[in-house]
Design a protein around this ligand. Sequence first.
Ligand code: UT7
Length: 330
Amino acid sequence: MSKTTAAITAVGGYVPNFVLTNKMLEDMVETNDEWIVSRTGIKERRVLKPEEGQGTSYLAIKAAEDLIKRKNIDPKEIDLVIVATATPDSMVASTAAFVASKIGAVDAYAYDLLAACSSFLFGMSTAASYIESGRYKKVLLIGADKMSSIIDYTDRTTCIIFGDGAGAALFEPNEDGFGLQDEYLRADGSGRQYLGMDAGGSLMPATEETVKNRKHFIYQDGRTVFKFAVSNMADVAEKIMKRNDLEHTDVSWLVPHQANKRIIDATANRMGLDNSKVLMNIEKYGNTTSATLPLLLSDFESKLKKGDNLVFAAFGGGFTWGSIYLKWAY
Ligand code: UT7
């Protein structure tokens, strides 16, 4: 009997209409287009404007609806909806439950998964496990983040980097060997001091002081995070290639977290890949945290061919990081 693997069978994506350009940021903080492009590769990002009164669920619903339309599936067939996010609508009620109801996945259960910028990557492992075990037949994994809700637009070290967006992928059983082949996932809690948001959680609940001291915004020690991200993302991508006897010529696409073009280049370099094999849209979206990987799949779906070998790699707060090797199924 052939082994059941977990294949991605459909993708979708959504970004808000409002475009925040580097030029606009020049009017908000002490920065310039040349610095941002040369240090990060980012030219613009999308923002869900506060006056629209919507949270991350709005982005997730739009991405899921896009997938449902592209694949023409009946949402009632979905067994499980996972929303990978660092910016849930609120602290307690599951964002995924709301999303599942809104898209008509009425026979599904749903929950959120939080691992900073690695949320979607780790979610791929979770979704695949349910499929491989035979427990469920259709798992919808959505990566969605409204980063603008936790960005301090007076802080030039973070506001230039992040943007809002969402992407979705459907996981289904495959009997022909396509789908997730291997994973190498890691975490190191000693990194939490370098990237995060101090207040609003159980450790430091909201008070007048936390608001006054701007503790409800994301901060990062960019230089330290950069160092860890460069070496760890490259390490795991190289490791997964070695473990699966993949030469650089065997890899069809690197699907890297879009945090910084320099980190992506370093990873591709270590893998021996030239630019033509690297999926990248950081220039137009910036870092959308949990949404970067599925947005790449959504944007570049037409380039992906059945049997292509995809190597995913991500790094994020916590620290969390890892790599996944997946064979494209359609
Ligand atoms: O997705 C989660 C994981 N996150 C990441 O992977 C992000 C990792 N870090 C990075 O991508 C980079 O560290 C940044 C893009 C955040 C910063 O780039 P950098 O090359 O590491 O710059 P830096 O922090 O070392 O700063 C260099 C200089 C500093 O000035 P001095 O001290 O050399 O005079 C900064 O004050 O650039 C200054 N600077 C800026 N200048 C213009 C910092 N931010 C800006 C800015 N515009 N926006």
